[in-house]
Design a protein around this ligand. Structure first.
Ligand SMILES: Nc1ncnc2c1ncn2[C@@H]1O[C@H](COP(=O)(O)OP(=O)(O)OP(=O)(O)O)[C@@H](O)[C@H]1O
Length: 262
């Protein structure tokens, strides 16, 4: 499913947090959003997963205006992992993941065996099957993050929006989660899944994303293949660091070594 963001702007209390953003994520692509702290990544993503209504502009999924869709209809197509989730008080892990099935159930329906199967597989995919009966709030930060990814996968979305999915994860889990997301985008589920993700780690962004959008002070300042976008000049201008580019000896992807500027 294709995601088209056009002319999207957000103004809150006179501050222009997102400025006229246009962004395309083709079907089955893994698209990264990178930018310094406070540059507008979360605000932009919140508009895409409908936690925030933009002041101007549209978000379309295969041409259909997402903000005009009924909530349940939107939730069947798009799942999100926000940066902060605080509402799962008092639920077990299995119950939190089962929430991902709600958009697929009729209002009066109970969780079916097929739903439970989806949830079990999603938990298994993130290596968290053993946590199913634990209280969500008793989990470590990394365990919580994996469970919330499982909930998003259980939703069987065509579009997945992730805000810093590697937060709280150790390095092995970071690679695991991004590999899982990339495999899904590449189509190990029927029709594939389009992924839009904010990432702070530029080396993960370079290694995993098909395309990158760079945001600074609310506006997109560069986009394209990671190797074309992550130039020393851009990294100095936008992130204020001196960057040396090297090639990963196995994958050939661009990787960066950083120093302070000046
Ligand atoms: N509701 C709000 N009212 C006023 N300012 C806001 C509001 N929400 C966000 N901002 C401001 O908008 C700017 C962009 O915030 P946003 O969270 O989108 O940045 P970000 O790129 O995701 O940052 P980080 O990398 O630190 O998570 C920040 O300066 C933030 O303080």
């Amino acid at each position: 499913m294709k995601v088209d963001v056009d002319g999207l702007s957000v103004r809150i209390a006179g501050a222009h947090l997102v400025r006229d953003v246009t962004l395309r994520a083709g079907s089955g692509r893994l698209v990264g959003l990178v930018g310094p702290n406070g540059s507008g990544k979360s605000t932009l993503l919140r508009c895409v997963y409908r936690a925030l209504r933009p002041t101007a502009g549209t978000v379309r999924l295969d041409g259909e205006d997402l903000h005009a869709m009924a909530p349940r209809e939107g939730a069947r197509r798009l799942a999100a992992l926000p940066q902060e989730v605080v509402t799962e008080f008092g639920f077990t892990v299995a119950e939190v993941v089962a929430m991902g099935r709600l958009p697929h159930q009729r209002a009066s329906a109970r969780t079916s065996a097929a739903d439970r199967d989806h949830c079990a597989r999603a938990l298994d995919r993130v290596g968290a099957a053993h946590l199913a009966e634990r209280a969500f709030l008793s989990l470590s930060g990394g365990e919580k993050q994996r469970v919330l990814i499982a909930r998003a996968l259980a939703q069987e979305p065509k579009v997945l929006v992730l805000d810093e999915p590697t937060n709280h994860l150790d390095i092995a889990q970071q690679l695991e989660v991004l590999t899982l997301v990339r495999d899904r985008a590449a189509g190990d589920v029927p029709g594939g899944m389009t992924v839009l993700t904010a990432l702070h780690d530029l080396n993960l962004a370079a290694g995993y994303c098909d395309e990158l959008y760079v945001i600074a002070r609310g506006a997109i300042v560069a986009s394209g293949a990671p190797a074309d976008v992550l130039t020393p000049q851009l990294l100095a201008d936008v992130f204020g660091v001196r960057a040396h580019r090297v090639r990963h000896p196995e994958s050939g992807s661009v990787q960066l070594l950083f120093d302070r500027l000046g």
